[in-house]
Design a protein around this ligand. Sequence first.
Ligand SMILES: Cc1ncc(COP(=O)(O)O)c(C=O)c1O
Length: 356
Amino acid sequence: MWRWEEFLHARAQDAVTLGEGNTPLLPAPSLGLGDVWIKDESRNPTWSFKDRLASGALTMARHFGAKVIASSSSGNAGAAAAAYAAKAGIPCVVFTFMGSAGPLVLQMRAYGAMVVKVADKADRWRLQSLGVREFGWYPTSPFFGPVVGSNPYGMEGYKTIAFEIAEAFDWEPPDWCVLPVCYGDALYGMWKGFEELKALGWIDRVPRFVAAEVSGSLAAAMEGGDAMPPESPRNAPSIATSIGALQGTVQGLDVLRRSKGAAVTIGDDELRRWVVTLAAKEGIWPEASSAAPFAAIERLRAQGTIKPDERCVALMTAAGLKDPGPIEQALPEPPLVGGGLPELMAALKNSYGFHG
Ligand SMILES: Cc1ncc(COP(=O)(O)O)c(C=O)c1O
C-alpha cells in the first residue's frame, strides 16, 4: 500500500506495515452477473480490507507517540488494530460485544490485544471515549454517535484500493464499485482515491458507487432525501454482523449522492446464497458481509440500474474463515465412508448428487 506514499500522509519508511494492499483483482465470469471483477481484500495480512485502515492509523499513532490504541469493533477492525499495534509495539484495548464471531475475537487475542466484551453495545463507545478523553488513548475506530467515520488517517489508506483498481484497468475506471457498507469508511476512501486521480488527470471519470447494506439506513435516506441517514433496522439482526450497525453515515450518503450511486438492502437468504456461490464457483470464500455486493449487483442488473454492458468491481472485504457459520449451515456434513469403491460412489451420490 505504501508504494502510493505520495498520495498518503507518511513516508513508506515510517509506516507501520505488514505488507497490506496490492490485492488481486479477479474476473468472475461464473457468477452470471456480467462483467464483474472481485477485488479480493481477504488476501491482506489479517484477511480483511481493514489492514489498510490499521496501517494508515497505526503509522500516525506511532508518529504522535500514542501510548495505547483503542478500538471498538465487532471483528475485523479490532483484529487489524490488534495486529498493527503488535507490530508497532503499542498496547491495544479492543472493545467488542457478546455477539461477535468467535474466530474474529480469537484473532484479536492472538495478536495480544486486551479484549473486553460488553453486554450492551452502547457501552463500547462509552468506555472507549472515557479512555480517549481521560487517558489519551489513540482511537482507530469510531467511539461516539452519530458516527462520522473512523480514524481519518486510516480512511486515507482506502484510497489505495481505488489506485490499484484504476492501475489494473490501465486508468480506465469501472462503471460501478459495489461495497459492503457499515460506516462507509471504505466507500468514502475509495471515492476520494478516484477523485484524486481525476483531479490529476490520470482518469477522466469517477465510478458510481453502490452501498450494499443490511440496515436499510442509506437506502431510506436515498429514497426520502434525508440529510442524515435514519436509524433503520430493516434486516436486523443479520448474519452479516460486521456490517450490522443500524444507522449509516453522512460520509457514506454523500458519496452515493455525488457519484449518482445507489443503496441496496440485503437480507440473510441472499447473503447465504452468495457466500456458497462465490466459494463454489469462483474459489473465493467470503465472510457473510462480503457477499452483500454480489446480491446488490444481481438486484441492480435485474432492475436495469446497472446496464448489461457496464463493468462492476465488487469489494470482497474479508475471508470466510473469520465467520464459518453460513457454510456450516448451508452445506451437508461430509459422509463417513469405509469399504470400497461402491460404498464411496454411493456416498458421493447420496451426499453430493455425484454420478461419476
Ligand atoms: C468484512 C467487512 N466488510 C465491510 C465492512 C464495512 O465497513 P465500512 O463501511 O465502515 O468501510 C466491515 C466493517 O465495518 C467489515 O468488517
